[in-house]
Design a protein around this ligand. Structure first.
Ligand code: SF4
Ligand code: SF4
Length: 197
């Protein structure tokens, strides 16, 4: 997203512009998983480079920040990775460019395996970008995996049968309110991007 800007840094985005497709940019009413209208997959990377939003200037994925190996640039991995903190929980976020990319690409799978030993690894993909209730997966230590779909979570542990849990009543109510807000927001963004309001 930002990158071709500095000779001081050890790494530069180069030909990569994957975050300009996979990430949300509120300032542009851009949804995650949809290429930015300013994305220039040629030399420039961003056609409004000098005027790009602040979030684009500030963003540095894990690789650009110096994490991972030199050869793990996101466009080669097929996923954008970030270490994010949400309250007291720190996790690795993997945004796949295609569903199933983690399993399909051995290097990405080995990164996920290494990180899950020390923090949860959350995997999302670009499918159903207009669904605010998209499913996601959470990889935990010891081979445990949670598949979260709406109010339900499938819990898979090695050697055990799959357990299904529903969110408690109060959390379901809060979640439904949040979802209604997100759906409204998505409709607004889509209308704006189509010039309908
Ligand atoms: S995903 Fe990372 S390396 Fe690629 S363009 Fe974005 S910040 Fe740069
Ligand atoms: S404005 Fe430029 S840097 Fe920001 S998402 Fe779009 S193409 Fe990427």
């Amino acid at each position: 997203m930002d990158s071709r800007k500095s000779g001081r840094r050890a790494r530069a985005c180069g030909e990569c512009s994957l975050c300009c497709t996979l990430l949300r940019v509120d300032e542009l009413d851009k949804l995650g998983g949809i290429p930015c209208v300013h994305q220039d997959v040629g030399e420039k990377g961003c056609s409004i480079h000098a005027e790009r939003p602040e979030i684009c200037r500030a963003y540095r994925c894990l690789w650009l920040s110096g994490g991972l190996e030199e050869g793990d640039r996101p466009d080669r991995l097929g996923a954008v990775l970030d270490v994010v903190a949400e309250g007291p929980v720190v996790r690795l976020e993997i945004r796949e460019s295609q569903p199933g990319r983690v399993e399909a690409f051995a290097r990405l799978a080995s990164i996920a395996e290494a990180y899950r030993r020390s923090m949860p690894v959350r995997i999302t993909d670009v499918g159903d970008v207009l669904d605010p209730d998209r499913s996601y997966r959470l990889l935990l230590p010891g081979g445990e995996e949670h598949r979260v779909q709406g109010e339900w979570t499938e819990i898979r542990k090695p050697g055990q049968s799959v357990e299904r849990r529903r969110l408690p009543w109060l959390e379901r109510r809060v979640r439904r309110l949040l979802l209604a807000f997100r759906r409204f927001r998505l409709r607004t963004i889509v209308s704006r991007s189509q010039g309908l309001d």
